[in-house]
Write a protein that binds this ligand. Structure first.
Ligand code: HEM
Length: 460
């Protein structure tokens, strides 16, 4: 029941905010109150109430069911749910240094970019330098391989096509696994896929973590061991469950980003122009400095932010663990949930202006260039919740942004992408969010990848 929020429709919450203008309201479901926070300042206050409003109980409720771990392990996970000494809330602290700016993050993003470069180099091109692909399937697989090569190293289980396929069966069913009310027979396919993944990760962890695993992977493993979880099968199960947050959101984000760049000639020209100085050509090889894209390509970076504003649907849910009067006004009763839907913030006209419903690839330029002129920048920063906020803000955001920008930069520079039917980009339908923080686009679009040149490319 506690995860029922996943099925609340974000657009409905945005409509309610527009219609009633309430800074907060309560949704009453049988046996559960959900406090929806609409006002940015209230959200800020809520995020600081770490003792009264906690993410721990929500995760502990879900993780055992998603992972399928043993009772003993579930006991270790649920010990001390409210402080950083516990397994769940301590997790971010334990891994943060490996995915924030520094040498460990650089190793991750470099490895991901190497895989991306390799995927483009090994496209099955015809004589004209062209190949036909399903855009979403190609992006999904490329992001999956790049991300997991970086995290798991040379023994990456996802290099096996059977494991990659198992992931695609598992991923859409994760939310159903987490929900107590869904009967076991309805999740049979998901559990079968999970068993295949667990088998493979059990092998991976048989010798603790294999040589070449990232610092991020090592920190995750050490955190698990430190909390007394030593059963290798349970470690594998926790990794399969944990991989959901590592893998799931980057592919739809990259796909929307490519779609909005290639379907808009102005955006494509803007991005190619600002990427051009990052190419260093020596002895016939084009070296691309992917690490600098985030800083030196503000239009591309702005387009990524706009994707996360426009399609971000994270709900940022916290459990109310003791009665609390938020801002001395709103009484939150123990046992309820607090929800801070990003869509309400992302479509607030007062922050984004009258064109809030339009996709504007340059919208975040002033914020990213840090033009100190306007309060507008401050309200945008507060209202932007693509990676959530507060203590539980996505710890993988630096990795995600750099890897997505690297892949898209390589594609923008090296390929033309042309929809197969008549070369025109159709409107991209929305599929659903399926528990992810970003809406998943429809997967029906077939395109031609056409190489723009026959040069050799490498990373700087
Ligand atoms: C575009 C890609 C991504 C998006 C949009 C995204 C978004 C989010 C959001 C909205 C949350 C919840 C924050 C909250 O509740 O307030 C979250 C949590 C999390 N994300 Fe990401 N994420 C992305 C990529 C990644 C990557 C690549 C990693 C790992 C390297 C990662 C690791 C995590 C983890 C571990 C959590 C749970 C945090 C916790 O338990 O406190 N994410 N992410």
């Amino acid at each position: 029941m506690i995860l029922v929020f996943i099925h609340l429709i974000p657009s409905k919450l945005t409509q309610n905010r527009a219609k009633y203008g309430l800074s907060a309201h309560t949704l009453r479901l049988p046996g559960l109150r959900i406090y929806v926070l609409n006002k940015a300042s209230l959200i800020n206050t809520a995020q600081k109430q770490r003792h009264a409003l906690s993410f721990g109980p929500i995760m502990s409720d879900a993780i055992g069911r998603i992972a399928g771990t043993s009772k003993i392990t579930n006991g270790a996970i649920s010990k001390d749910l409210l402080t950083d000494d516990g397994f769940l809330l301590g997790f971010n602290k334990a891994v943060y240094h490996t995915i924030s700016p520094g040498s460990s993050l650089k190793a991750l993003t470099t490895q991901a970019a190497i895989t991306f470069l390799n995927r483009i180099d090994t496209l099955q091109l015809d004589m004209e330098g062209k190949c036909r692909v399903s855009l979403s399937a190609w992006i999904r697989s490329t992001i999956l391989q790049g991300t997991t090569d970086a995290v798991y190293g040379a023994s990456n289980p996802f290099r096996d096509p059977i494991i990659e396929r198992a992931w695609y069966s598992f991923e859409p069913g994760v939310t159903s696994l987490a929900l107590r009310i869904i009967p076991a027979f309805a999740t049979r396919k998901t559990r079968q896929a999970r068993a295949t993944l667990v088998e493979s990760f059990t092998e991976y962890f048989t010798i603790s973590y294999p040589k070449g695993a990232s610092d991020f992977m090592k920190a995750r493993y050490n955190h698990i061991i430190r909390h007394g979880i030593t059963n290798v099968r349970d470690i594998a199960k926790l990794e399969v469950a944990g991989a959901f947050s590592i893998i799931t959101n980057s592919a739809p984000t990259a796909l929307w980003l490519l779609y909005h760049i290639f379907s808009n000639p102005i955006a494509l020209k803007d991005c190619r122009l600002e990427l051009a100085p990052l190419i260093h050509e020596r002895s016939g090889v084009c070296y691309l400095d992917t690490e600098s894209v985030k800083i030196l390509c503000p239009i591309l970076h702005s387009t990524l932010h706009e994707v996360l504003r426009y399609y971000g649907v994270a709900q940022s849910v916290r459990a109310v663990v003791e009665d609390h009067k938020l801002d001395n006004v709103h009484l939150l009763k123990k046992g309820g949930l607090v929800m801070m839907p990003s869509t309400v913030q992302h479509f607030d006209q007062a922050v984004w202006g009258s064109d809030v419903d339009c996709f504007d690839h340059r919208r975040f330029l002033p914020m990213l260039r840090n033009i100190p002129t306007a309060d507008a920048n401050i309200s945008m920063r507060t209202a932007f919740r693509g990676f959530g906020g507060g203590q539980q803000m996505c710890p993988g955001r630096h990795f995600a942004v750099t890897e997505i920008l690297s892949l898209v930069a390589l594609m923008v520079l090296r390929l033309d992408i042309i929809p197969v039917n008549d070369g025109q980009w159709p409107p991209m339908d929305i599929n659903s969010a399926k528990g992810s923080a970003v809406i998943i686009p429809d997967d029906k679009l077939d395109v031609y990848f056409v190489l723009r040149d026959r040069k050799t490319w490498a990373l700087l």
